[in-house]
Design a protein around this ligand. Structure first.
Ligand code: CA
Length: 261
């Protein structure tokens, strides 16, 4: 499973600094290990091979730079204490020619500050002793992060199906003073039309009877609250005649009415 995932990570041409997806035939990804302690290198080689990578081991910084120049390296595991110099200095050199991710290995926790704080250009670090699992987890995380967000059509999760855009329940034709409900033109009185138009303006908003009265009646003061109720009742009946299963106008006891969202 893991192997399959890594087979789909596009390779990077670090020599020219471009991040380009290459043909899948270039897999597995090459990991360059620059580490002078054979026991640690052996552990790394085994762990990375097990995860489907192709690790290459160099014991000095210079050998590592030479390997980087001729191979498509996806990531470097770089020891800080090398026989021919500091891993920090080698990382700086690497950065002048490549954006390849670098994971530092350090024997001293005191070096972490330098790795994290001095913008040497490393992507992560591990303090010795570390578990092989920890190392491979970091490597995989960095490759996912830096390479390509690690998806290709071969294994990409298809986007969730978009729900079909629903046809609008109501359609207001103001010029014709018409409201279409579920595809049917409603035969409304003047007040029913104005009430429904007011409710449609802000679905979900609760309108008090006074607010509806002001919206629909020329002389609201001359009308009674119950007038609103009466017209809502006839309006509901007309809506129900179109669709018996739904009741789009909601009564809020003691407050007023709203249109369901
Ligand atoms: Ca060392």
């Amino acid at each position: 499973m893991l192997r399959k995932r890594f087979l789909t990570v596009p390779c990077i041409d670090h020599h020219v600094g471009n991040r380009q997806p290459l043909n899948l035939s270039c897999v597995p990804l090459k990991i360059l290990i620059i580490e002078d302690e054979p026991a640690i290198a052996d552990t790394l080689l085994y762990a990375l091979k097990t995860e489907g990578f192709e690790p290459h081991w160099c014991t000095t910084g210079q050998a590592g730079l030479a390997a980087l120049a001729v191979q498509d390296i996806a990531l470097i595991v770089l020891d800080v204490g090398l026989p021919d110099g500091s891993g920090f200095e080698f990382c700086k050199t690497i950065r002048t020619r490549s954006e390849v991710p670098v994971v530092f290995l350090t024997a001293r926790a005191s070096e972490i500050d330098r790795i994290v704080g001095l913008e040497i250009g490393g992507d992560d670090y591990l303090v010795k002793p570390f578990s092989p699992r920890e190392l491979t987890a970091r490597v995989k995380a960095i490759l996912r992060r830096t390479n390509c967000h690690a998806t290709t059509p071969a294994v990409a999760t298809p986007p969730p199906p978009q729900p079909a855009k629903p046809t609008p329940v109501f359609a207001l034709d103001e010029a014709r003073c018409r409201i279409v409900y579920r595809g049917q033109n409603l035969d409304l009185t003047r007040y029913e039309f104005r009430l429904l138009k007011a409710l449609l303006a802000q679905p979900g908003r609760v309108y008090s009877r006074d607010q509806l009265m002001n919206a629909a009646w020329e002389e609201p003061a001359a009308s009674l609250d119950r007038t609103v109720d009466a017209h809502i009742k006839t309006l509901r009946a007309k809506l129900r005649a179109v669709d018996q299963t739904s009741d789009p106008i909601q009564t809020h006891r003691g407050l007023g009415y709203s249109l369901r969202e």
